[in-house]
Design a protein around this ligand. Structure first.
Ligand code: TRP
Length: 453
């Protein structure tokens, strides 16, 4: 592998562009829709602390590993893994890790698109004044009747998939980079505004107490697994998304600092979303454990009853759609990059095919909320099953292998070279985390869930 090798798909124009794209990938529905509802289902504070520890001890080191592997390999994760394994004199089969990632990306996008579609539908509801003066009960029934309609969900899912595939077809610079430039900062501002509103909603103290006061007696093996899985999910780790973005990263940029920045921004958005949502939940007597509808049943109450709420609501859901979009493009990029490299397809055809397949799988999630809600496998709807399979199993397994590969398989001189401008003890700390802490953490959490520990 030569020093000057560049990705055939193009390169980021600057470090800032990479940070924006990776933050765009990280910040999405995971932060604003999923984090609050799984926190609500898993008892609050203690879950939040476990999640934060996972971000620090597992997320950041693995994010660095993925980025440096991508930058060294310069191709889709499948081919990158092939080359890096060869370079390290390791087994070719490591490229199967790239495949695991491609499949995980498809599966996640299939349901991600459905939920992003909900956000799209809520832009329209907000514009047409559906939340106006709404009571908690009215807002809930608005949501319930919406998800009861397979046709409506299908319409928005289709629209979101089409837009995603169009953006991806435009390529790294044209589509992805331009799309995230203004949107992330705007989303941040509107969340701060919602936190301001939540402070005056009457449930502020209770909301904060729920989020930050840890009661470890509520913690189960499953909730630890969910917290860990979510750390992977929210940082877009374990399936090659960050690896593929790393492959477009020019040499000579500090990977460590960049990873800390991205993880910090991602965590800040999740916590802000929690601080905005839970006060409204408690002030209106909602259940913190209401599941995937939590966001859609809480914030609209605020929008319907605050001055200018119509504008803020519309803006909020528009930004949420864009946050989802900048994440969804990274879910499909590894597959598209591989099709272009190995199947000799044009980027457009690659997008068309992967889009159609993802859309079809997504119908399973559409029906999970209405006509198919009784159809269960292992006591889970298709949506629940896909979510569990990807976030709780595939991503941690992928992350485990990435940590082992970067820590144990790659030559130290190569990882050292990629992390180059960092101090010796920074490198030593990273190495310790990827060699021991991250893999062991994943391993023990799995053992615990299986019931061996
Ligand atoms: N991190 C995104 C979110 O929180 C979702 C996402 C994008 C993702 N790319 C990913 C999750 C890759 C896992 C793997 O909304």
């Amino acid at each position: 592998m030569t020093e000057t090798k560049k990705s055939i798909h193009g390169e980021w124009s600057s470090r800032f562009a990479f940070i924006l794209a990776a933050t765009g990938s990280a910040v999405g529905l995971g932060n604003i829709w999923k984090f609050p509802y799984i926190t609500g289902e898993n008892g609050g504070g203690a879950f939040v602390i476990i999640y934060l520890v996972c971000i620090l001890a597992i997320g950041i080191p693995i994010m660095m590993a993925e980025t440096l592997m991508g930058r060294r390999g310069r191709q889709s994760p499948i081919n990158t893994m092939k080359d890096l394994a060869k370079e390290a004199g390791a087994d070719e089969n490591w490229h199967l890790l790239g495949w695991l990632g491609v499949i995980a990306g498809f599966l996640i996008l299939s349901y991600y698109s459905v939920i992003a579609g909900w956000a799209g539908a809520y832009v329209l509801k907000s514009v047409t004044g559906s939340f106006f003066d709404g009571s908690a009960a009215e807002i809930k029934s608005l949501f319930d009747s919406f998800i009861a309609s397979p046709l409506q969900l299908m319409f928005w899912h289709t629209l979101f998939m089409a837009v995603t595939m169009y953006v991806v077809s435009q390529g790294v610079k044209g589509g992805i980079e331009r799309a995230v430039r203004f949107l992330m900062p705007s989303l941040f501002f509107i969340l701060i505004l919602m936190v301001g509103y939540a402070m005056s909603s009457g449930g502020y103290e209770q909301g904060l107490e729920f989020l930050f006061y840890p009661d470890f007696s509520e913690v189960t093996g499953e909730s630890v697994l969910t917290a860990m899985g979510h750390a992977f999910f929210t940082l877009s780790l374990g399936m090659g998304a960050i690896m593929v973005y790393g492959s477009y990263l020019p040499k000579g940029i500090s990977i460590g600092k960049t990873a800390i920045l991205i993880a910090g921004a991602d965590t800040a958005v999740a916590l802000l979303a929690g601080i905005a949502i839970f006060p409204i939940v408690f002030a209106n007597g909602l259940e913190p454990s209401s599941g995937p509808g939590l966001l859609f049943q809480s914030l609209p109450i605020a929008f319907g009853n605050m001055g200018g709420g119509f504008i803020f609501g519309t803006l909020f859901f528009i930004l949420l759609v864009f946050a989802a979009l900048s994440s969804s493009i990274s879910l499909i990029e590894p597959a598209v990059a591989w099709l272009v490299e190995n199947r000799n397809m044009s980027r457009e055809m690659a997008c068309l095919w992967s889009g159609v397949i993802t859309w079809l799988v997504g119908l399973g999630t559409v029906f999970s909320f209405n006509i198919g809600s009784e159809f269960k496998i292992f006591d889970k709807t298709i949506f629940d099953l896909l979510d569990y399979l990807t976030a709780n199993l595939m991503l941690p397994i992928g992350g485990f292998c990435i940590a082992v590969f970067a820590g144990w398989i790659m030559k130290a001189e190569h990882t050292r070279e990629e992390l180059a401008p960092s101090a010796a003890w920074h490198y030593a700390l990273w190495k310790f985390l990827v060699c021991f802490v991250s893999p062991a953490a994943v391993f023990f959490v799995f053992l615990n869930v299986i019931g061996i520990l």
